[in-house]
Design a protein around this ligand. Structure first.
Ligand SMILES: Cc1ncc(COP(=O)(O)O)c(C=O)c1O
Length: 403
């Protein structure tokens, strides 16, 4: 018998199945109200428009839309994305842009071009679980820095960098999710953005700004992106159509200094040659017809209502007096509930499932799974009725657990 294990690389042996994807299998039974997934609301999908545009693309441009394409991406889509970025005060040219298979590929390419095994990167604590797996797959060593309601704690970042320096170590990059963080739902304040850019400039460290939710703001004022604040070519930003258009197209883009985008394109060539042309043609036409912003507006108004209801229900039913806290996001898809430190939300998950309600265990979002007293709740996918019933159910489970 062949021993497959002897054939596998150290990289793949270091990788694990996504905890979330495994959990989602348990939560998919119809009687369970799930706040576990990270899915956009299907009510926001512009199905009719996509149908019409797809027919047009195939009729007018079928031979090109079904052909191989350039690794950089479909030029008319790139031009639309450059215009879209300009609306957010980001001025880039084609050389600063790579169209990717959504932002998960952006994260993979970042890992691929920056990490030698054992290289260090700073991440937030907690952080996006998919970034942990992408970076772990290149055997990056992740050093985490706590966050609070204003995003990454810059005082702790400074101490962490000083400690690493003492050991003669320097991180390759600092990875942040500045807008409506997944999982924590918080936003990096303007003050901290300025400080972060200053530190990156002084220490000559790259920043990876992962911002899939940036356009999904339903409260408060826009804060400039790190990319728009940087004058030194320190920032690479990752974006995606997943939360503002449709996730099924698996379409996103990375922006950054030309030298870095060049390397990402070389790395992408080895992975998949190019992003599918057909979805890029459809997305380009969708943008040319000025349909994106109205779609985003509709999405934001749906999420605003759902978030408001979830917060109201949490306020009404969660045992606040027993030390349960949660974040109040200004946008995005998630909020983050924290119990007093001694409670284990991995264990409470089983009891929640018995009561037919689900969340994602917070430990999945920590380097080494080190903290267990939090969980993530999604408000974009469940219906208003499910939010009403589900939060009440969950609050009862938590109330019973906390003595
Ligand atoms: C912070 C963050 N980055 C990246 C992704 C990957 O999204 P996609 O590959 O659909 O663009 C997600 C998805 O939830 C996310 O929350």
């Amino acid at each position: 018998m062949i021993q497959y294990d002897l054939a596998f690389s150290k990289n793949i042996k270091a990788m694990k199945r996504s905890v979330i994807r495994e959990l989602l299998k348990v939560t998919q039974s119809p009687e369970i109200i799930s706040f576990a997934g990270g899915l956009p609301s299907p009510e926001s999908f512009p199905i009719e428009e996509i149908k019409k545009i797809t027919m047009e693309v195939l009729e007018k441009n079928g031979t090109k839309a079904l052909q191989y394409g350039a690794t950089e991406g479909f030029p008319p889509l790139a031009d639309e994305l450059i215009k879209l970025m300009a609306l957010d005060n980001v001025k880039i040219g084609r050389e600063n842009l790579a169209i990717t298979i959504a932002s998960q590929q952006g994260l993979d390419l970042v890992g691929k071009i920056f990490f030698n095994p054992g290289d260090i990167a700073i991440v937030e604590s907690p952080t996006y679980v998919g970034a942990l797996s992408a970076f772990n797959s290149y055997r990056g060593k992740l050093v985490d820095v706590e966050l609070d309601d204003d995003g990454m704690r810059i005082d702790i970042l400074k101490k962490t960098l000083a400690n690493l320096k003492k050991q003669g170590k320097k991180p390759k990059f600092i990875y942040v999710i500045p807008d409506f963080h997944n999982p924590a739902g918080v936003t990096l304040s303007y003050e901290r953005r300025k400080q972060l850019i200053e530190i990156a400039k002084k220490e000559k460290i790259m920043i990876i700004e992962d911002s899939p939710y940036r356009m999904v703001r339903f409260r408060g004022k826009n804060i400039p992106s790190l990319y728009s604040m940087d004058k030194e070519g320190l920032v690479v930003s990752l974006f995606t159509f997943s939360k503002i258009f449709v996730p099924g197209f698996r379409l996103g883009w990375a922006i950054g200094p030309k030298e870095i985008i060049d390397k990402m394109i070389i790395a992408k060539q080895a992975t998949d040659l190019s992003t599918p042309e057909i979805t890029q043609h459809i997305a380009a036409s969708f943008l040319q017809k000025k349909l994106l912003l109205p779609t985003v507006k509709k999405t934001v108004s749906i999420y605003e209502k759902k978030n408001k209801l979830m917060l109201e229900m949490l306020d009404k039913y969660m045992p606040k007096k027993k030390g349960v806290r949660w974040t109040k996001p200004d946008g995005g898809l998630f909020l983050w509930v924290t119990l007093p430190e001694k409670y284990d939300c991995d264990k409470i998950f089983t009891k929640a499932i018995e009561k037919k309600v689900a969340y994602v265990v917070g430990s999945a979002f920590y380097v080494g799974g080190k903290k267990k007293n939090s969980f993530r709740m999604n408000f974009s996918y469940p219906s208003m009725e499910q939010i009403k019933v589900g939060v009440k159910r969950l609050a009862e489970v938590i109330d019973n657990e906390i003595k």
